[in-house]
Ligand binder design. Structure first.
Ligand code: 2IT
Length: 450
């Protein structure tokens, strides 16, 4: 391996030994960049890679909130402003009990490359808290969000850093966070957060965008193989906003999602999550805060529930891991290969361990697409929300959807072209890493030391 690349990876391993998710994403991305680094010795001279793996700024803050019984609790909040070379920091907030700096750092790093791929002027950022929203009342969520924003509001702004949602942060939380920001600043400030409700500056299609974008990307992959979505079966994971969007668009295009999952196991619906009633029920499951996928099987006849299991052993045409990081490990990857699944389309951020990803990419019959390209429609539509807010305009559903589709087609094509340019063949994973890297690298080289 290129000596400079190797030394950067070793630095990260040594410095972040307690943050395996961050080490994993750095190894995955940097190993794709070898031909680029070989070709550009000036990057080593500028120490570009060590700069790229170091966030520009990352901070933590205390978040104290009062529960419904009058007891106070203290959580930690984080914001990582990873890379602002191509635009204001942009990325979601994740509220989940297992959040710690390694999760925020890995997500911020991924976000930098993903945002670059969209072709829009957004830098990479991420934040969140180890607060667990499960089982909390609406009033508790409100008080937590208000306290979180009281600590964060000084450090964000429409030209500085524009947070959005991620796991545990949906439209309700964004509403509460935004209300507190507006109260503290006494200004609307172009909406400052994305994923807002439509009545106060949110964009049409933003709730659907990550799932729709993933399906639009998938259509490009299928087209390359001379196929389309009609009659295809899909295994998804999770049952949140992203999976909901996939189900909705897949159903519209004649495909069906057969599996959903949750912390309690997975469900298999032989008819597919295709009716309006079933698709809308996912929203109810999320709003209930129960975090249980078994509810779906209890509610619809003919659906089987498999407690404690993952859906990756089910025979389908397409796997779309859309729940969370490291959901697919070697064991699941082997099942997927044994089932002769042709399309492995990552959706969640880093849903595959590096060894499993390498294994799947080496299988001759499997096409692998990486999450940072596939799920980029979410943040791209956030950037469209920012554009509408700063223009003080509202675009129609058709207009946002048209732009989303175009962005996804371009991301796919850029990835294909980047891999081909470096002699890597049809490699969507390396292509996305190279194309995402190139734009940020050019901007950083142009701006001097930072
Ligand atoms: O992982 C992601 O891209 C997101 N959670 C969305 C970020 C955004 O700013 O819309």
């Amino acid at each position: 391996m290129n000596q400079y690349l190797k030394s950067v990876i070793e630095n990260v391993r040594a410095k972040h030994a307690g943050e395996p998710e961050f080490v994993q994403t750095v190894e995955e991305v940097l190993s794709s960049l070898e031909p680029v680094i070989d070709k550009h010795p000036e990057y080593e001279k500028a120490d570009l890679l060590n700069r790229m793996v170091e966030p520009e700024r990352m901070f933590s803050f205390r978040v104290t909130w009062e529960d419904d019984k009058g007891c106070w609790h203290t959580n930690t909040g984080w914001r990582c402003q990873f890379n602002g070379a191509i635009g204001p920091y942009k990325g979601g907030l994740r509220f989940q009990s297992d959040v710690y700096p390694g999760i925020i750092r890995f997500l911020g790093f991924e976000q930098t490359f993903k945002n670059s791929l969209t072709g829009l002027p957004i830098g990479g950022g991420k934040g969140g808290s180890d607060f667990d929203p499960a089982g909390k009342s609406d009033a508790e969520i409100l008080r937590f969000c208000q306290s979180f924003m009281q600590a964060l509001y000084r450090y964000i702004g429409p030209d500085v850093d524009v947070p959005a949602g991620d796991m545990g942060v949906g439209a309700r939380e964004i509403g509460y966070l935004y209300g507190e920001y507006r109260r503290l600043k006494g200004a609307f400030e172009n909406g400052v957060l994305t994923g807002k409700g439509f009545s106060y500056g949110g964009s049409r299609i933003r709730p659907e965008a990550t799932g729709y974008g993933a399906v639009y990307y998938l259509e490009n992959v299928l087209k390359h193989e001379g196929e389309d979505l009609k009659g295809k079966t899909i295994a998804c994971a999770g049952f949140g906003n992203v999976t909901w969007g996939i189900c909705k668009k897949a159903a519209e295009l004649g495909a069906k999602v057969l599996t959903l999952s949750g912390p309690d196991g997975y469900v298999y619906d032989p008819e597919g999550v295709v009716t309006k009633e079933k698709i809308e029920y996912l929203l109810e499951m999320r709003a209930s805060g129960r975090n249980r996928v078994q509810d779906y099987a209890d509610n619809f006849p003919g659906v089987e529930f498999y407690p404690g299991e993952k859906p990756w052993g089910v025979r389908v045409d397409i796997c779309m891991p859309s729940a969370m990081q490291n959901d697919v490990r070697m064991e699941q990857a082997e099942q997927i290969a044994a089932n002769r699944v042709k399309y492995y389309i990552e959706v969640a951020n880093m849903p595959t361990t590096n060894d499993a990803l390498r294994f799947l990419m080496e299988q001759p019959g499997i096409i692998v697409a990486p999450s940072k390209a596939v799920n980029a429609g979410g943040v791209a539509t956030s950037a469209l929300e920012m554009a509408q807010n700063s223009e003080r305009l509202v675009w129609s559903e058709e207009e946002v959807d048209r732009q989303l589709r175009q962005i996804m087609d371009t991301i796919y094509q850029m990835s294909v072209d980047a891999a081909a340019e470096y002699g890597l063949g049809y490699n969507l994973v390396a292509g996305a890493n190279i194309a995402g890297f190139q734009r940020v690298a050019d901007a950083m080289m142009a701006q001097g030391p930072f």
